[in-house]
Design a protein around this ligand. Structure first.
Ligand code: ADE
Length: 237
């Protein structure tokens, strides 16, 4: 998959792709990326890319000229183009899965009060929100989307990790433990030391259901009745 990120802060984007799982995915050739500086497409000697909103109001809006030329330079009209914005559709695991099946994605990082609506009308396929709060940096939101997407790509992380993680089957992930067996007087649950894989699977499923009920009643309400029943089975805390 190729990811093209249009930004006023390319160093911010580069630092993400130089670190951890993203860096490994780049090194192994699973993903390619380009950080394109929108300012390179400004036409005045100050590199101006933003202006005051028509109709008045606080803040600045990214001008359509430089951003449109930046988008044309990467042939955005031929690619699925994503604009992270708090007024977009909410990002979910299944939305990320759908995006991960694209060969190419273009992401636009907004700043200030947003971007000119004509850019959205002309170029944007997906307006995506990462949650019901407002960030000052479009780069952070774009990289959250990139991270959720690239980890689903083949070979980036193990199939087993993806299978067991939160939101698969509408459940949150079960609690994890590692050495030592006793920490701060708290013992690792006996079943995890038993080597009995059927019992471990059953314990993990029950803990997943309980955690979902406790932390995300909205997800719990959508589970099948037999799964819901597991939360109230004997031994429940
Ligand atoms: N830009 C600023 N806040 C955002 C949010 N919550 N989601 C996506 N993009 C954003």
């Amino acid at each position: 998959m190729t990811l093209t990120v249009l930004t006023l802060f390319p160093d911010f984007v580069e630092s993400y792709f130089a670190t951890s799982i993203a860096a490994r995915a780049v090194a192994r050739g699973f993903i390619e990326y380009r950080a394109v500086n929108i300012r390179d497409f400004a036409q005045d000697r100050h590199g101006t890319c933003d202006d005051a909103p028509y109709g008045g109001g606080a803040g600045m809006v990214l001008m359509p000229g430089p951003l449109g030329r930046a988008l044309d330079s990467v042939e955005a009209l031929k690619k699925r183009t994503v604009f992270p914005t708090p007024s977009g559709n909410l990002l979910t695991a299944s939305y990320a899965r759908e995006l991960s099946e694209e060969r190419e994605l273009v992401l636009i990082c907004g700043r200030y009060e947003g971007i000119d609506q004509r850019i959205v009308d002309l170029y944007v396929d997906d307006e995506i929100s990462i949650g019901d709060y407002v960030l000052s940096s479009g780069e952070l939101a774009a990289l959250v989307i990139v991270d959720a997407v690239i980890r689903l790509g083949e070979g980036v992380i193990s199939e087993e990790s993806l299978r067991e993680e939160s939101f698969n089957g509408g459940l949150l992930e079960y609690p994890q433990y590692t050495r030592p067996e006793v920490f701060a007087g708290m013992q690792v649950p006996e079943v995890l030391l038993s080597g009995n894989h059927a019992n471990i699977r059953e314990w993990r499923l029950r803990e997943s259901v309980r955690k979902t009920k406790r932390n995300r009643p909205d997800l719990f309400a959508r589970l099948d009745d037999d799964l819901k029943g597991i939360a109230s089975d004997e031994g429940a805390k």
